[in-house]
Design a protein around this ligand. Sequence first.
Ligand SMILES: C[S@@+](CC[C@H](N)C(=O)[O-])C[C@H]1O[C@@H](n2cnc3c(N)ncnc32)[C@H](O)[C@@H]1O
Length: 231
Amino acid sequence: MSLLQQNPADATFGRGADEPYARAIRHEACGGLALREVGQVSAAAGPTLDLDFGKWADDADEVDRSLLRHARGPLLDIGCGPGRMVRAAGRLGLVALGLDVSPEVVELARRGGAAVALGTVFDRVPAEGLWGTALLVDGNVGIGGDVVALLARCREILASSGVLVVEAHRDDDRDHSYSATLVDADGAQSDVFPWAEVGVTRLTELARACGYTVERVFTASGRRFCRLAVA
Ligand SMILES: C[S@@+](CC[C@H](N)C(=O)[O-])C[C@H]1O[C@@H](n2cnc3c(N)ncnc32)[C@H](O)[C@@H]1O
């Protein structure tokens, strides 16, 4: 579907058309997934970003677990995918829930033992306003393509003492919102959806403007993170 036909409110990561995300979840695709930036009227060209679906579907690694070590529950993993962070949080004794808009990935996560709600972060979520920690990792700060709107929405979801842990782009100066499609190695392509990439420089500016305190900016195995407290 072209951008001209699309209702942006209905467009989410990797869905529609050839359903490459669902194909990856069902192991129907050989090879990886990539995010491709598209132009205004055609989904044909543009730079791509390789995504590590294998990692998402795996167990949490040391860096993932380090994000949870000082987390206060209950914890909400926004855009949780197959649920590795939710399972890892549960092992640490935290009450944790995943949230994802993809029915296929929610089913996969539940089969793997993670508690996951199906829905978009932009609609009302379970226990709205009561979450001690929320996560936006694996590029999920890009959800919706509007970082300010997402940060503001997370503030509504969190408790007044809540903390948002955000994975930023590896390039601190990155600040890019764009129209994307998800493609797989077989050429299957999703509908176009809005996405964003943001490094810590812009992310911390936007977070302060949205009423967060920046508690910590840190690096773990080359990945960049910010810990934002509801001010
Ligand atoms: C870049 S992937 C991140 C993968 C994930 N963290 C994992 O471990 O598999 C983005 C995830 O966010 C989900 N997502 C996209 N838009 C969303 C929305 N508006 N609300 C909730 N989840 C969303 C997608 O379905 C996908 O699973």
